[in-house]
Structure formats: structure tokens, C-alpha cells
Write a protein that binds this ligand. Sequence first.
Ligand code: SF4
Length: 448
Amino acid sequence: MALTGLQIYKLLPQTNCKECNFPTCLAFAMKLAAKQAELAACPYVSDEAKGQLETAAAPPIRLVTVSSNGHKVAAGNETVLFRHEKTFYHPPGLFVRVRDSQPVAEVGALAAQVAGYTVDYVGMDLAFDGMAAQSDTGDPNAFARCVAAVRQVNDGALILMSEDPAVLQAGLDAAPGAVPLLYGANRENWSALGKVAKEAKAPLALRSRDGLDELAEVSKKLQAAGVQDLVLDPGRRDFCGSLAAVTQLRRLALKHGARDLGFPLIAFPGEGAETPADEAALAAQFIAKYAGFVVLDQFSPALAYPLLVLRANIFTDPQKPIQVQPGLYEINNPQAGDPLMVTTNFSITYFSVANEVDSSGHPGWLLVADAEGMSVLTAWAAGKFDASTIAKAVQTTNVADKISHRKLIIPGQVAVLSGDLEEELPGWEIAVGPREAVDLPGYLKVMA
Ligand code: SF4
């Protein structure tokens, strides 16, 4: 649990020497508690106090990273139960599972399909993070062939799944250079799998078959054996039970300082699903609450797209709308006589408008005003997208030097601004465009 400023103060030398650049030890302690200062700034903290402070400062959910060829999935380090309290920091890695009982060609084809799928969403490239390979056969050679088939076509992150240390070792040998997540330790095999994980410096996932107490018990043993990077599978697979389990784990880690349970979670939505639609719904549930790794048993663009977009939206900071840079954007190589439109710098608004104009084939100038990342109506209601903001955007971008007319098309939702704008921009004609971006192609066609 995090310490208060006063608790930290009691561990400091209390000499007020000011070498930390704070006037007193108490002031430094308060800044440490607020995470606005580094303990290293005080050269006089005893080793014993340092140990206590570092333990208390450790994140309640450990950050665990798997990596491969520059691809990295980091899970954990979350600090809140609900996104609106602050933000969620680390999006869960999305993986697709293959099995060593499948033909190698089938494994390679699926891994290639996953690697080749990307989505351009409001200026972000969204993609799955990698593959999970599971040993069904228990044969190290078969598992190595399966992992090698994945690696040939997909250099994303890896999860290797077997309860047999020899099989996991064969998978590791087939993936040189990767730091995969190893799955899964339990009460019986934790020691042997812990040795493999420690040797490979790879994180290890443990699966409970007997409730959260088993997870805490095995986690404690593994940490004592020197395996610090753990991932937890609470074992429940149904909608209700799995939601209850992951919520309880998050709550225990954040609110009760349960160090043995303070690790990212892994989920297998396909194992609790009777239909592909169930798997998609369970995956969505785990993205929202609270998985760090989600392993799917099916893959298609129709499934991947909504999950990727959902993940992108859940893991944006709710206090910072996604924005594009204000300025003047050229679409379809516009000339001086082509139309000039204005909108706000909220990403979804910008991309909706820009994509419609782009796909219409009509050239145009798009003036993006700084509305603090809000959509058109929200910004207008908040006074962030008014006549003076738009006039300022016209002036700062020098758009008048690039076009041969003086006509500005404003969004139909803020038609009320046209009078004020004519006053702010003398000599300009203000035209009211459509209310929805989707109607822009038709509007531009009529204007052309
Ligand atoms: S450097 Fe250490 S001892 Fe000196 S004022 Fe800062 S916290 Fe106190």
C-alpha cells in the first residue's frame, strides 16, 4: 500500500538539510507521496528506510513485459478500478491460439493472417499483438515445429503453453530472441516451470483450479524462488464467474495491497464460449475488465476490428480527448479555387470529415480549429468553437494566401455562428454545410 507523506517523513533523516532542493524533509516527503519527487534526491536515506520506501512505492500491480523482434506487450501497473477515476494505462495484448495438434501449414496460415491484419483507426494503426502456441501432444518436437511455423510468418509477441517444462523449453529454443510468456504453472509443477522461466528470464503465468487462494499460494512460492514476473489466470471461464474473479483480483491488489495477487491477468474467452459470438462478447468483457493478455481461439477481420477499436477506446485517457494538430489540411491536392471547410480538432470528427471528402474524390481545404479536442457540438456548447476561434484559425494558417475565393463552409450543426463569423471575417461569405460528415460528398458535388 502507498505510504502517506507523514509515514514517509518518519523514515527520512529529518535534518532539513535542503540538499534535495526542498526546504524541509516534510516537504520532500509530501512530494514523494504525491510521486512528484524521486527518493534518490536525498543522499542521506538509510538502506533500511530505502528498502521500506521502495517496497511501498512498488506498483500494486506489477508491470510484466513480453517481447519479440521489437514488438512488446506490457501489462500491469494499473492504479484504478474504474477508468473514469483516472485512466487505464496498458492495453491488454491480443493473441490468437494455435495448437501443435494442428497441421503445420494451418498454423502458419493463421499466424500469417493475424500478422497481416492492421486497421487504420483515427490515425492509429491497430493490430493484434501475437500468437499463443499450445502443446496438445505433449511432444517437445511437435511443439517446437508449431512454434517455428508461427515464427516464420509472425514476429509478434508469443505465449507458450504447456505444463511440461521440457515442452516449454523446446518452444523457447524454437523462438530465439523472444521473451515469451510461459503458461501455466500450478500447485504441482510450479517449481519445475519456475526454473525454466528463471533461466529464460521470461514471465510465467499460473492457473488456478481451486480459487484465488491457490493463486496466492503458488505466487508466493514462485516469488520466493526468484520468479518475480508473474501473470495470473483465476481459472473461471464463464461470463459471470470470470468477471467476479478478475474484479476480485483487481480489488485485492489495489485496495487491500495483496502483493501475491498484484500481477496482470490472462484470459481465454474461447474456453467459456459456446458460439463465436460468445467468444467475442467474453473477449470484450476481458478487455474492459481487467485482462492484461487475451487469447482468442478464432480470428477474422469481423472479430478483430471491433475488439481492436474497443481496446483503443477503453485505453485512452478519458480526460484527454484524442486530438489532431490544428491547422490547414489539403485533401485530394486542392487548387486555389477549391472549397474551404472548417471543423474541430477532435480526432474522430477530423477523420470523419477528412475521410468523406477524400473518398468523394473532390479536392478541398480543411481548416482544423483548436477546439481542445472536442467534437463540433460539444466544443460549440463549451465556447471552444465559436466565431473568434474560427477566425483565429483562418488568420494563423494564412489560408487566405492559398485560396482565390473568400468562402468558408461551416458545419451545419453550428449554423448559428454564421452571423458572428461574417463580423469576425469581413469580406468573407459564410456557407452552412451539412450537419453530418456523411453528407459532405453530396454537398460538394452540388457545389462543384
Ligand atoms: S536531503 Fe534528505 S535529509 Fe536533507 S532535507 Fe532533503 S529529505 Fe531531508
